[in-house]
Design a protein around this ligand. Structure first.
Ligand code: CDP
Ligand code: MG
Length: 139
C-alpha cells in the first residue's frame, strides 16, 4: 500500500484548515497513519526542502515554513501520492482546478495551504524526516 507525506502549512493552520484538509483526504479513502503538530526551525525547513536549494523561492519558502506551527501527516492508500496531489491542486493556486484545496484557500504561490510528496522516493524520505517507527501505525 502506498504512503505519502502531507503538511498543513503555516497559512493553512492560521486559516483553521487542519480539519478541512484531513477531511478531504479521509473522504477520498486515504488513511491517516501518522499525525502531529510541530514547529520547524529554519534549518529543519531547509533540510525538508533541500531538493529546492538554490532556487529563487528557497529562502522565502523555508522562512515561511518555519514561521509557525504546521501539521504533518503520513497518509496511506492506493495511489496515495497522486490522490493527495489531485486534491491539493497545482502549486500555483491560479492554475489549480476548481474545488481543489489550493484553488479554494491559497493566498499566493508560496502560501498554498498544503504540501504533498511527489514520488515514492520523496515520500519515503519525507515520512522519515518527521516520523519514527513508534509514531507510525497500521490499522
Ligand atoms: O508543493 P509542490 O510540490 O506543488 O511544488 P514545488 O515545486 O515542490 O515547490 C515547493 C513549494 O515551494 C510550493 O508548494 C510553494 O509553497 C513554493 N514555491 C514558491 O514559493 N514559488 C514557486 N515558484 C514554486 C514553489
Ligand atoms: Mg514538491
Amino acid at each position: 500500500m502506498e504512503r505519502t507525506l502531507s503538511i498543513v502549512k503555516p497559512d493553512g493552520v492560521q486559516k483553521h484548515l487542519i480539519g478541512e484538509v484531513i477531511k478531504r483526504f479521509e473522504d477520498d479513502g486515504l488513511k491517516v497513519v501518522g499525525l502531529k503538530m510541530i514547529s520547524m526551525d529554519k534549518k529543519e525547513a531547509e533540510g525538508f526542502y533541500s531538493v529546492h536549494r538554490g532556487k529563487p523561492f528557497y529562502e522565502s519558502l523555508t522562512t515561511f515554513m518555519s514561521s509557525g506551527p504546521v501539521v504533518v501527516m503520513a497518509l496511506e492508500g492506493e495511489g496515495a501520492i497522486s490522490k493527495t496531489r489531485e486534491l491539493m491542486g497545482a502549486t500555483d493556486h491560479k492554475q489549480a482546478k476548481e474545488g481543489t484545496l489550493r484553488r479554494q484557500y491559497a493566498t499566493n504561490i508560496e502560501r498554498n495551504v498544503v504540501h504533498g510528496s511527489d514520488a515514492l522516493e520523496t515520500a519515503a524520505f519525507e515520512i522519515k524526516y518527521f516520523f519514527n517507527s513508534l509514531e507510525m501505525f497500521e490499522y
